[in-house]
Design a protein. Structure first.
Lengths: 310, 310, 310
């Protein structure tokens, strides 16, 4: 496994291998000494040219627990690139001989582009409205843990499907693993042709979540609501597409509730549900570190370097 | 010892234990190899949601010298929390299995609040106008080093007492350790009821520092001076409440001068005094690293993990 | 070797020693495990009070590959110093017992100033319009690698010579090593008295690069062009002082092309040349890490600490 650019290029066997490895690292993360020497002497560059504290933190902790040297470059530090092209930035970093470049970028396809030009492994930490594969993998790991499997489950994804790279990667991953994926959201937030990805489309949330094993609520970008937005306001959004106690009471008894975070409490998700017994949101975060450890291990040459040291 | 939330909850025995341990780490910090393996495999998150380069640097160096993995999250990187509540931020970080969360926050009580909701140890690196316990401990360590003891000493704290978490924590720590604490400042900067904390109040600086063994000058927030502020201007402030050579000449021969930094040179403290023989300001900074090493060691499970490795 | 403040104070023997050591580290950087324990237990503070992602990243990677603890303080995080003087900042950092302080500062002479007041080794990572010695050393290392030597070569440096600390350090380093240095640029960008540094001055680029073994194109500060600037506009600049395919075709067959980065593509350097066979720009970046490892090793007490551990 060289890069992790998207769910699109992954086979079911590869996804399963990542999830199995993530389970191992999840166990390591519960130990008093949460560190393995696997990537000692390796350099991981977290190149976040779009702001993201939590994903960057998750990758940084993952790298450090594998004993890699983690170096952060973040776009919000401004002037990061002084007008340099992304390709020049990537080639320059490559010249510093990193083993892995983790890239978050506001342009769809940016990680695929640089992967063609660098020797380092490239991991996509979210590119534009395209993919967010590590989120989909941590979601799949969380579902598998709580349900024992993914195949055959019904998963409802609710929110702004059209602009969500999380939704896109989740649909790809979960349908590959055999789940039945439903999506629901305001008509203005449903992309054209989504059925071709294998998802069933609903314009109302109630039928979408009915009988679902997993309900995944997406974070709504508040700037897409009101005035020139795609939906009147947060109150309306919450009423028609939010998950509150009343709707939650109609779910299957053992349905779990997920959210990629950060939550807009009271908008897409009611606090009572977010903190309720069905919520597995914090397990998602925990698997975030474990899945990223698995990917850094696989892409960063953990296996081969472990052999080299032995 | 689970958390360090404030001086308020500490016993004299606990404070003494921290100071003793800090002396040990202060010695380690003078060695060519300034690193011990105590917190190897532990994760320390420095969550600074209020800007502070020097305290963050001090904690980061302390964590690294104990071999912990240190991860910085700083609020000035903006968008840190994307409107997320502090509780959600804390729970999310907890899900990444840190051992210690060091929190600086503009709201009084923030560390106490998150400590109730996370498994990690929480260290208060300054909360609103409430407490700054690591500053008080490093101040106590510095005084003890120079005076051999704290009990029985007279300590004068001068400046904006009302808005200073440093003053509050220092009063608590030093009175617990048996010092006589005097405070002095403009009437608008003296809090109501401070005598109940055990301090003697002066509205003029001269009698406050007369005969004192320790004179601690606080940094004045320049925005509190002038126009709508609590005192006319910096020149007046300096004249009435600053420590210049003339006032310094009236101090006890062996009195030491302290300041939590950064100094407004020429305002609350004259350069000649800041850099003079009485000044122990840089010892405070050095003890800052040592005291934080002691606290990370105690809260981060250093002792138990050392045992686990043996 | 205590500090690295500039090329000015270095002997040819010292420069050669640094370049030889850089070659060793360049080799280490090609290994699967790119890490040596030399600076274990040492603290390197990267104090960048002027924004610079790439130089900071290069130093950070260099420090980590030597197993030092690297701590970044960057001015773009704002409020870094809260109005504190540079001297106070330096003394405070010194009190935290770092082994090396790497300083980038907008004021010429800042590193020399703090070096007088701290025990730590100081490395100049660029000071105002004065020097950028690590850039000159990596340039020399790159030239030596590609040409086998520096002495006797003709090196043309083209661009805004007057405002470039890179040009200044390069002229000093390369003339010391026996190269013939030519400089070319718009008259407004040529400093008075540059001949005294040993360089030959050209007001047109064509004769400057004719017969040169090395052509070094400087990054033009775009704000110096147009309106109130020193040259009409980017198009004119490119036409008269840029290196495009036509001019490149007139170079010596084995001439190499260099650039300190980041490149303004199409302004001072045409993409076809930047990415062409003559370009050694990415080798410069690679030597950046290696040269900085060499300097951290020499200044950070690598040799003595290695002995102490043995």
């Amino acid at each position: 496994m060289k890069h992790l650019l998207g769910i699109e290029g992954l086979s079911v066997a590869e996804i399963t291998k990542i999830l199995d490895l993530a389970d191992t690292f999840a166990e390591i993360n519960t130990r008093p000494i949460k560190k393995v020497p696997t990537l000692r002497g390796k350099t991981v560059i977290n190149l976040f040219l779009e702001a993201s504290t939590r994903t960057r933190t998750s990758f940084e902790i993952a790298a450090k627990r594998l004993s890699a040297d983690a170096v952060n470059i973040s776009g919000s530090t401004s002037s990061t690139t002084k007008g340099e092209t992304l390709l020049d930035t990537a080639k320059n970093l490559q010249a510093m001989a990193p083993d892995v470049i983790v890239l978050r970028h506001s342009s769809s396809g940016a990680p695929h582009f640089i992967a063609k030009h660098v020797d380092a492994a490239v991991i996509n930490a979210g590119d534009g409205t395209h993919e967010h594969p590590t989120q989909a993998l941590l979601d799949a790991a969380t579902i598998r843990k709580h349900k024992g499997k993914v195949a055959g489950l019904t998963v409802a994804i609710v929110g702004d499907i059209a602009h969500s790279r999380v939704a896109r990667s989740d649909i790809l991953a979960l349908t590959k693993l055999g789940a039945h994926v439903r999506v629901a959201g305001p008509r203005t937030m449903l992309p054209v042709g989504i059925e071709e990805m294998g998802a069933t489309v609903f314009e109302r949330v109630e039928p979408a979540v009915e009988g679902a094993d997993v309900v995944m609520m997406l974070r709504i970008q508040l700037e897409r609501l009101g005035g020139a937005g795609l939906f009147p306001n947060t109150r309306e959004y919450s009423r028609y597409f939010g998950l509150g106690p009343r709707l939650a009471a109609t779910l299957k008894p053992d349905a779990i509730v997920m959210h990629p975070g950060p939550i807009n409490r009271g908008v897409e998700l009611d606090p009572a549900v977010a903190d309720g017994a069905r919520s597995v949101i914090l397990d998602q975060v925990a698997y975030g570190v474990a899945v990223r450890m698995a990917l850094l291990y696989l892409c960063g040459g953990g296996a081969s370097s472990a052999a080299a040291e032995a």
